[in-house]
Design a protein around this ligand. Structure first.
Ligand code: ZN
Length: 405
């Protein structure tokens, strides 16, 4: 069975060292290169959709998390507070929402600024029991692709539709295959905050945004602070988890006393929409490693092109081509050690999408023979054409290794 922990070790993507601590994996250069490409993509996608990115620290004063309710509701999942002095205690945050509420509150807000979309790929911590930890799928230090969209209630429908569009786009580029959509609604009981009319309206807006999507409803599965949409994936072992989420929140705007000035000059409370397009980088990569069996699409492959001179006579040509590939923004390497056959097998083992073989004839003609990871081989072509081909597939974030015919 495919297991991301074994592949992660074989492909040198990440390492879990008991000295660093369980659930605290270290991303090695290959894994970090892939993650960096994915993070850049996500930020670009969000930036084009009107998000504003921020940085906020992964720890904060105890009072911040008392105000947010996290210490009241989630203390069991949090690391114990760190005391600097009798009246100065800090906690590792279990979520980014409190800091993003402070971004909204940093100055007065007008209805003209809404929806205000505050985004960050940020660190947070969960005190998971050591027995449940494994590889990247359950960790204690989490890097979440997160955003909080502050909007007027009547904007929620359009906002959620747009978030669903971004989720679909990100899933298509990354190769995520969702197993199902779930709409979690209020059930009977008193645990829910916010007024009945707002809940009914919000549930109706979420239902409308899901029009045309195959989903199921989960009455009683909503958070106490609002209804939500979760998008599920199933890993190689058949375990289901949430990869993308859209959660409406009537509670935190109240707790943080968030408001904006409406067109009529009156103060109004915004709705806060917590959303993640692709979840945490850790769980996302646990899934991507398995779903692609380590053979990532070229745009986030750790090494995109390995150049293989047939013998030492073409080493200079290979080094020069690698330099041109790097100047074009590609991740390229030259492999000189060992027989050509063993180098080809090693690149295949590492799932490198493109091999560039340079023999005496190619070197003399300024050409290279591309071989694809899936076994297809192309006729020798000028190095400029080969670079353009690879760079074009990478720029298009295509799943196929050849451009459309
Ligand atoms: Zn949140």
């Amino acid at each position: 069975m495919i297991d991301h922990r074994r592949l992660g070790r074989d492909l040198e993507l990440f390492v879990s060292d008991p000295l660093a601590g369980a659930g605290l994996p270290i991303w090695l250069p290959a894994g970090a290169a892939a993650r960096h490409a994915v993070e850049e993509y996500v930020r670009e996608l969000e930036r084009r959709a009107g998000y504003r990115h921020v940085y906020s620290p992964p720890l904060g004063k105890r009072e911040l998390f008392e105000l947010s309710g996290h210490l009241g509701y989630f203390a069991d999942d949090m690391f114990p507070p760190m005391r600097l002095s009798a009246d100065d205690e800090f906690v590792l945050r279990p979520a980014l929402c409190p800091h993003h509420a402070l971004v909204f509150r940093a100055r007065g807000r007008s209805y003209r600024e809404l929806p205000l979309r505050v985004a960050e790929i940020g660190g947070m911590y969960r005190a998971e029991r050591s027995g449940v930890l494994g590889g990247l799928s359950r960790v204690r230090a989490i890097s979440l692709n997160d955003a909080h969209n502050f909007c007027a209630l009547e904007q929620v429908g359009d906002e959620v539709r747009e978030i669903l569009r971004l989720i679909r786009e990100a899933h298509a580029a990354l190769g995520v295959r969702p197993a199902g959509f779930r709409l979690s609604l209020r059930g009977p009981g008193e645990k829910y905050v916010g007024d009945d009319a707002d809940w009914a309206r919000a549930e109706e807006l979420l239902r409308a945004a899901l029009d045309g999507v195959d989903y199921h409803e989960g009455p009683g599965e909503a958070a106490f602070y609002g209804p939500k949409i979760d998008i599920q994936i199933v890993d190689a072992a058949g375990r289901e988890s949430t990869i993308s989420t859209i959660q409406l929140d009537f509670d935190k705007p109240e707790r943080f006393d968030l408001s904006y000035t409406d067109a009529d000059g009156r103060r109004k409370r915004p709705v806060m929409v917590h959303r993640s397009l692709v979840g945490s980088m850790e769980r996302l990569f646990a899934y991507l490693i398995e779903v692609h069996a380590g053979a990532f699409p070229a745009w986030y492959a750790p090494v995109q092109l390995v150049l293989l001179p047939v013998d030492d006579g073409q080493a200079d040509a290979a080094v020069e081509l690698a330099g041109r590939a790097e100047a074009a923004g590609l991740r390229a390497e030259v492999d000189l050690a060992g027989s050509l056959g063993s180098r080809i097998r090693d690149a295949a083992r590492r799932r490198v999408p493109y091999l560039g073989v340079i023999g005496p004839r190619e070197a003399a003609e300024g050409a290279v023979s591309l071989r694809l990871r899936d076994g297809r081989g192309l006729d020798p072509m000028p190095v400029a054409d080969a670079l353009a081909l690879v760079a074009g597939v990478v720029a298009a974030r295509s799943a196929d290794l050849l451009p459309p015919a």
